[in-house]
Write a protein that binds this ligand. Structure first.
Ligand code: FES
Length: 172
């Protein structure tokens, strides 16, 4: 594996999390159904929903934490764990599954050293399973953020990942 000088995302302090949360809640407070847009905005800012932020938002909106946590766990869109800069989704819909999607997934797991719903230590990649991206004729399919990869071969996964690592290294 090539040695790439990756920059870790800025780790926010607790004070920064509180400050950002206060600003976001301040924009929505008093509006009906404020919780969902608050959570969406916080996730956009932090990349996930830190517990501290959820607790603070609940306090300010006068919604019990148990209720806030319930909403977060109900919607798949929300995540309480940090997500990598590049979200990889490997399709395991029927067409992709029968054309080797599982092997493609295994190859991503092995190359990244993580499992499904996990993030690499450098916070560059997160791995998820998807269900049909509407490109079944070109199965097996994987997506990395908005980039779609068709007829993915397990042996090519390392090369695909390397292109993102190189991009990161040259971005600095
Ligand atoms: S099943 Fe994978 S794109 Fe449709």
């Amino acid at each position: 594996m090539a040695d790439t000088a990756q920059t870790l995302p800025h780790q926010r302090t607790d004070a920064e999390i509180i400050q950002q949360t206060d600003i976001v809640v301040g924009e929505f407070i008093g509006r009906k159904g404020a919780l969902i847009p608050v959570l969406q905005t916080l996730q956009d800012i932090f990349g996930h929903l830190p517990e501290l932020s959820l607790k603070r938002a609940g306090e300010l909106l006068e919604i019990p934490y148990s209720e806030v946590a319930g909403v977060v766990s109900f919607y798949k869109y929300f995540s309480t764990v940090p997500r990598g800069k590049y979200l990889i989704r490997v399709c395991l819909g029927t067409s992709c599954y029968v054309r080797g999607g599982k092997e493609v997934l295994e190859s991503f797991k092995n190359n990244l050293g993580i499992g499904i719903d996990e993030t690499t230590e450098d916070q560059l990649f997160s791995l998820k399973v998807g269900r049909c991206f509407g490109a079944c004729g070109l199965a097996p399919v994987a997506m990395i953020n908005d980039d779609i990869y068709r007829r993915v071969k397990p042996s090519k996964v390392g090369e695909i990942l390397q292109s993102y690592k190189v991009m990161e290294a040259t971005d600095d």
